[in-house]
Ligand binder design. Structure first.
Ligand SMILES: *Cc1c(COP(=O)(O)O)cnc(C)c1O
Length: 364
């Protein structure tokens, strides 16, 4: 990069690298109809949606009523407790921007976990503290509580990406109580449809420092839509509305989200979630029979995490055969680990066949 531009750029931005999203990692490998994408926890199913272009000459509502009322009733909350955002990722960013002062404050993350909490913080020059999960991927409660007074926002992901484990409600309540009055506790429920009985949304009634993140990207099969939700007290939502863009939700996004959240849409999603959960059970069972593979964590979301000493050769073999999964081996305590999102029956079958062939060839 030119000298003058490096000098002009803010120091902490110079140090950043663009996020290695699953999509970016394979960009340029050529969009290929035969490729099977099992690397970004997307849904294998896409639905048809119509749009009404007659309103596109107008700016959209900041918070479209139809979407807010549909989602708040789905979540069992009031409209005032619901914010619609450009994906759950925007909810992460808004929470950090509203509650952390750049160059001064910090967030707390519990790795191995979703990468965007730390990345969002770094883009605003906000510090990142860690409380690594226990060996069984449960919350290390004493580590988390030892940071009271040192951080402004605590991120807990449940079900956690990439371990597929859910956090005990008792632990979340403990964290909420310990941080009451000094920090926001964000529970990221991006995968909650796959473990619906473990939602903490009802805790909003008693805990004023709780924020819950949701998305249409995973169970609803709408990752391309960029639509997520932040659930919190009316006071917190009002604060977040001060930092959100004036028109964050494009009109076609609001139209499609409303359809996905209609009774019919919700029923459809429920059916697909049940189907994917069955597939995931079978996928994990089949994987654990192969080569040196050890499945780890849990399958409360839409992916399986596994360890193989051959992970690099296995990854290369899958990529060469057009099946993409995600390397998680750089995360703390996830040496040699790969994550595969559950696909359709045919896709899962293809993955298992390829891994079987890989280990057969290795054995020769
Ligand atoms: C995928 C994911 C998100 C991001 O969701 P978007 O709505 O697509 O921005 C947030 N949190 C976790 C844990 C995720 O896995």
């Amino acid at each position: 990069m030119s000298n003058w531009l490096t000098e002009l750029t803010v120091d902490y931005v110079n140090e950043l690298k663009p996020y290695e999203s699953a999509r970016r990692l394979f960009a340029g490998s050529g969009a290929d109809a035969e490729q099977v994408w099992m690397n970004a926890n997307e849904s294998p199913f896409a639905e048809e949606y119509g749009i009404d272009a007659s309103v596109f000459n107008r700016y959209p509502d900041c918070q479209p009523d139809t979407v807010i009322s549909a989602y708040s009733s789905y979540a069992g909350l009031n409209a005032e407790q619901t914010l619609v955002t450009r994906g759950a990722d925007e909810g992460i960013e808004l929470t950090i921007r509203a509650f952390c002062e750049p160059g001064k404050d910090s967030i707390l993350i519990c790795p191995p976990t979703y990468g965007m909490y730390a990345i969002s913080a770094q883009t605003f020059n906000v510090g990142v503290e860690s409380a690594t999960l226990n060996a069984d991927f449960s919350l290390n409660l004493s580590d988390v509580l030892s940071k009271v007074g040192q951080v402004k926002v605590v991120f807990i992901c449940s079900p956690n990406n990439p371990t597929g484990t859910s956090v005990k409600r008792e632990d979340i309540v403990n964290v909420l109580d310990a941080y009451k009055g000094t920090a926001i506790v964000v529970v990221d429920e991006a995968y909650i449809e796959f473990d619906i009985s473990n939602s903490q949304a009802d805790l909003l009634a008693q805990h004023s420092n709780l924020v819950i993140l949701r998305t249409l990207s995973k169970a609803f099969g709408l990752a391309g839509l960029r639509c997520g939700f932040t659930l919190a007290s009316a006071e917190i939502i009002t604060t977040l509305l001060k930092v959100i863009a004036p028109y964050p939700i494009p009109a076609p996004v609001a139209q499609i989200a409303s359809v996905a959240l209609s009774n019919e849409g919700l029923e459809k999603t429920k059916g697909l979630v049940a189907l994917l959960k069955n597939e995931l059970d079978d996928l994990r069972e089949a994987l654990s029979q192969l080569g040196d593979i050890e499945c780890i964590g849990d399958i409360n979301a839409n992916f399986v995490l596994f360890r193989s000493q051959q992970k690099q050769a296995l990854m290369d073999y899958l990529v060469a055969n057009k099946v993409l999964i995600r390397d998680q081996s750089k995360q703390v305590n996830l040496q040699h680990c790969l994550r595969a999102s559950v696909g359709s029956k045919e896709q899962n079958k293809k993955l298992i066949e390829l891994i079987t062939a890989f280990f057969a060839q290795e054995a020769k």
